[in-house]
Ligand binder design. Structure first.
Ligand code: GAP
Length: 463
């Protein structure tokens, strides 16, 4: 269920607890860019690792890490220079730059992605009297203009020939231009895949919805190269695998759904998105696209390099078909934050708790000395902390404020376990010597366990 208030709470918690900060905030912000804070870095890392591991489970998937800068021809071949556009329209009253297709969508009209600028203007003109600016509420707009989304930079400093170059708008092109190199390593035969994770850049007209639509973001993409005859069955198995994958991040299946593309681009054979029910409504999380031989054929055409595959198994050669699984790191993190956010009652107080799956929680455990001004307690707690750190990554020391405050803070960071070292740990009651209190985030339950058992419990939960 869409819940705009929830989005505000997530944005505020993300800043307060060090997950995500607005980009360049001390200079008034920078639209479409956010910075990862201390716990956002760990959460993002756990999301990426989960994806990488799921791909590494396939022996036939190679990983690469290609450049952000590429020869400009890459983007001419891919069609991004001529066709990677979004339709922009300006509100003549408040001068906001808006997506014309989103405005049309707001009154129930779907603009086909393939429409020319003239066709879009015709559609927009017919509907203009009903379209309201979401920023100022007026109904005066200029003409629709197609704007290219490629971000550019200049390389070189000294000559007239300094080139304007594109920053990559997807990691997929880096995979296609290295497909032959990977094949020539000799370890891979069709069908096989190439995966990579990396930053991409897009001049989004209206970056919005926090991490959902950014100008600098990160993709996790896998391109699987197949025989044309085998493509439909392999596409179906990837679709099933990718949907099942989200269980690993602790996402409820009823918060995900399939959406087939209504209008396929001319080369695509089939295209489905996995959508998540974000606080603002259903939105694309991941694309599963059967792209035919378009990508490799285009690079063959523009580079002159033969991209065909000699098939030892069936004889002959062909240009492989591509099945793509592409998902954004930032949209995944936003989903994980939304899925985890909860408010409940504990000990008569309302608390905010991030119920991350322990595997992806940014911190796994916090260690508290009951009092920070008792050296013998602090020394014992340090010992436990050091032992725990050796067994479990992402552990934090917290001795700030009273225990209740420390619990609240760790609940908001989503730390699944807290360990408290008190006078009993030191042997005040001999039968409790070397035991600690292990407190569980979700239930608030506390167990008295030996130090060893407490560490084992945490290890087991994140395995
Ligand atoms: N190679 C295919 C491709 O780039 P896409 O649908 O444009 O397809 C793939 O992007 C994924 O990247 C999306 O499903 C989404 O998760 C993420 N993504 C796209 N645009 C984004 C943006 N502006 N901000 C954050 N994530 C974005």
């Amino acid at each position: 269920m869409a819940d705009a208030g929830l989005m505000e709470k997530i944005v505020s918690l993300a800043k307060r607890r060090g997950f995500v900060f607005p980009g360049s905030e001390i200079y008034g912000g920078f639209a479409g860019v956010y910075d990862w804070g201390p716990y956002g870095v760990f959460l993002r890392e756990n999301v990426v690792r989960t994806w990488e591991r799921s791909m590494q489970e396939h022996d036939d998937i190679a990983f690469i890490d290609s450049g952000i800068f590429t020869a400009p021809e890459v983007w001419e071949a891919s069609g991004h220079v001529s066709g990677f556009n979004d339709p922009l329209v300006e509100c003549l009253s408040c001068h906001s730059k808006l997506r014309a297709d989103h405005l049309l969508e707001s009154i129930g009209i779907n603009a086909d992605e393939k429409m020319s600028e003239a066709e879009l203007n015709e559609l927009f003109d017919a509907a203009r009297k009903d379209i309201v600016c979401p920023v100022c509420g007026k109904k005066q707009f200029g003409n629709v203009v197609q704007k290219n989304l490629m971000a550019t930079s200049t390389l070189g400093r000294f000559s007239e020939e300094d080139k304007e170059v594109y920053l990559r708008a997807e990691t997929a092109q880096g995979i296609y231009i290295n497909y032959k190199n990977v094949l020539q390593t000799g370890f891979y035969k069709i069908p096989f895949g190439i995966a990579q994770v990396g930053k991409v850049f897009r001049n989004e007209i209206s970056p919005r919805q926090f991490l959902f639509r950014k100008r600098e973001f990160e993709q996790m993409e896998m391109q699987y190269f197949v025989r044309p005859s085998e493509a439909p069955a392999i596409y179906e198995s990837w679709r099933a695998e990718r949907m099942a994958y989200y269980d690993r991040l602790g996402i409820r299946p009823d918060h995900l759904r399939w959406k087939r593309h209504d209008n396929l681009v001319f080369y695509a054979k089939d295209a489905w998105d996995i959508q998540y029910e974000y606080p603002f409504g259903w939105g694309e999380l991941e694309g599963l696209h059967y792209r035919g031989d378009y990508d490799l054929s285009q690079h063959q055409k523009f580079s002159g390099v033969d991209m065909s595959y000699r098939d030892e198994k069936v004889g002959g050669s062909f240009i492989p078909h591509v099945i793509e699984a592409s998902v954004g790191v930032d949209r995944t993190v936003l989903m994980v934050l939304a899925e985890a956010y909860a408010e409940d009652e504990m000990n008569g107080e309302t608390r905010v708790v991030m119920r991350f799956h322990p595997r992806i929680a940014p911190l796994k455990a916090a260690v508290f000395p009951l009092l920070k001004n008792k050296p013998e307690l602090v020394a014992k707690a340090r010992e436990v902390y050091d032992d725990l750190k050796k067994a479990v990554p992402y552990v934090i020391w917290d001795d700030n404020g009273n225990i209740g405050k420390r619990y609240r803070r760790q609940d908001e960071i989503g730390t699944p376990f807290c360990i408290t070292i008190d006078f009993d740990t030191l042997g005040e009651s001999p039968e409790k010597k070397d035991t600690v209190t292990l407190r569980r985030r979700d239930s608030g339950e506390q167990d008295r366990l030996s130090i060893k058992d407490a560490i084992e419990t945490i290890k087991k939960a994140i395995a």
